[in-house]
Design a protein. Structure first.
Length: 132
């Protein structure tokens, strides 16, 4: 995984498929001084699969999540403070993925981090989608 901000390290852990929903687990570790902050913008993410499909995260006008859910630290929220050096679980669920897709070639996540919630992009490549 490539994070624009070098103080943050994202590591791929696993992918699980339930029906056509793909659940991806990562850990995020902050390596800076003091505490870090991470927020994943659930309305600004793009996924590209090996079947040529593009999935963009969407929300309703009211702000309800439609097809992508980000959960940081098993809190049910896409926002979390991070203590330096301690990995925190990041789970991303994408709904209604093509049944023939076997991997995400690229994932672009837009995040906010740091004391002043600076924006940056996390690029993730070649995330497998295991099929039975």
């Amino acid at each position: 995984c490539i994070c624009e901000e070098p103080e943050y390290e994202m590591v791929y852990k696993r992918t699980v498929v339930r029906n056509n929903d793909v659940i991806m687990d990562f850990t995020m570790t902050y390596h800076g001084k003091g505490n870090g902050f991470l927020a994943i913008y659930e309305n600004n993410a793009t996924f590209y699969d090996d079947e040529g499909n593009i999935y963009e995260a969407r929300k309703t006008i009211e702000g309800d999540r439609i097809n992508m859910i980000a959960d940081i630290g098993n809190t049910g929220k896409p926002v979390q403070y991070l203590e330096s050096g301690i990995p925190i679980k990041v789970r991303i669920t994408l709904k209604d993925v093509d049944e023939f897709a076997t991997k995400f070639v690229k994932i672009r996540l837009s995040c906010a981090h740091g004391e002043f919630a600076e924006s940056s992009e996390v690029l993730i490549s070649n995330v497998p989608i295991p099929r039975n």
